[in-house]
Design a protein around this ligand. Structure first.
Ligand SMILES: [Zn+2]
Length: 400
């Protein structure tokens, strides 16, 4: 009896080893396939990418060679009209894909303007509502009281109680923006999909979007607090690459360095010609190690980086160290919406007249593009953890 049980145990162990080896080989094969899979040939028509000037926020309009339209983010509420005007200016008839890179108001606040004025066929998002929108008020209140008593020196400030006006609860700005976004999506009839790694979106004519992040499981607030940098909504941003022939661009949303580490660890294909710098040039993203995987040293094509932000922001965007890291990574072309307005990239996916792509800015920068800013009031200064994300209204710097 004992002998036959031992035999069964042996068989089981062999089976487990075979299965594990099989899983490992197929994982490695998938990675290999992923790295060598050819991008479809470009149709030769023009691909346009417009990084709109929406102040402190993101909104990127992609018009494919086959005129398919993807809008990544829509800025905050007060810049919704800017997005709308741009869509009309570029003759957009309908949005094939709206991507909410994260659920902070500087990315989805202007979305209802878009949904009320255009047919939107598909919505891609990170399936990560702002934590304030999911925690109920009572839980919030209780945790405030507890946190208040036990809060250590270096811990972030507890969530304040929701303010009330005439007995009515005034929503947090994140909750307000998220609720408006949700009802706009629900009322539009658009198909809502969760962005998953390796998911592809065919924009036609050879232009393809590949989702790289969020990589499950989602980053939690606790993780962010213990690593003392960033914010969980940002860290769970939708990150995508856009390929068209030899041209490629990385769209990073508000990814944090934790997001970047996961992408590098997963051996995602991060090499591109153009980088939309994560999180408005925040000090908590765009690490040296990440940049090593984004720009090839042997690439003879120019390397470009674009930062979307407002001139008046209290967060110290763009951070000087980030600009220095971009320079060290070999960036030859830096563009900033705060100094140059809307930035437009065009490409046929092939080298034409010596250039693979062309970048134009709406206006000339009056100050040095490679000079960063100091934060005026940063809620992460005590702990590294960003409690509220980047959604407070921009503050004008005091005159000296
Ligand atoms: Zn943002």
């Amino acid at each position: 009896m004992a002998r036959s049980r031992g035999g069964a145990g042996c068989l089981l162990a062999v089976l487990v080893i075979i299965l594990a080896t099989g899983a490992f080989v197929s994982y490695k094969f998938k990675l290999l396939w992923w790295k060598t899979a050819a991008v479809p040939p470009p149709s030769g028509k023009e691909l346009q990418i417009h990084v709109l000037d929406v102040g402190q926020g993101d909104s990127i309009l992609i018009i494919s060679p086959e005129n398919k339209v993807m809008l990544v983010d829509a800025g905050d509420e007060k810049n919704g009209q800017t997005v709308l005007d741009a869509l009309k200016r570029y003759g957009v008839q309908q949005i094939d894909y709206f991507v909410a890179s994260n659920t902070h108001p500087d990315h989805i606040g202007g979305a209802s303007f878009v949904f009320n004025n255009f047919k939107v066929a598909n919505v891609l998002w990170n399936d990560f509502p702002p934590p304030e929108a999911v925690s109920d008020q009572t839980a919030n209140k209780n945790s405030n009281q507890k946190q208040g008593k036990t809060q250590a020196k270096n811990q972030p400030k507890p969530q304040p109680k929701p303010a009330t006006q005439h007995g009515k609860v005034v929503k947090f700005p994140t909750v307000e923006a998220f609720d408006n976004f949700k009802s706009a999506v629900d009322g539009s009839g658009a198909q809502l999909k969760k962005a998953e790694p390796d998911q592809k979106v065919d924009l036609g004519g050879g232009a393809v979007i590949t989702v790289l992040a969020p990589v499950p499981p989602p980053f939690t607030r606790e993780q962010m607090i213990s690593s003392r940098s960033g914010n969980e909504s940002n860290a769970n941003s939708v990150v995508m690459r856009l390929d068209y022939g030899d041209f490629s661009m990385l769209l990073t949303g508000d990814a944090e360095s934790q997001t970047e580490d996961r992408l590098v660890g997963r051996e995602s294909n991060l090499y591109v010609n153009v980088l939309k710098v994560a999180h408005h040039g925040s000090k908590y993203a765009t690490s040296d190690n990440f940049l090593k995987h984004v720009f090839r040293k042997d690439d003879t094509q120019p390397k470009a980086a674009i930062i979307s932000l407002s001139e008046f922001n209290r967060y110290g965007h763009p951070n000087q160290d980030v600009l220095n890291r971009l320079k060290a990574a070999g960036i030859t072309q830096l563009y900033r919406t705060d100094l140059q307005g809307e930035i437009t990239i065009t490409t046929t996916g092939k080298v034409k007249d010596g250039h693979l792509f062309e970048i134009k800015a709406a206006k000339e920068a009056k100050t040095d593009l490679w000079t960063g800013r100091e934060g005026t009031k940063d809620d992460s200064s005590r702990s590294g953890f960003i409690t509220y994300g980047d959604y407070e209204p921009a503050r004008r710097q005091k005159k000296k």
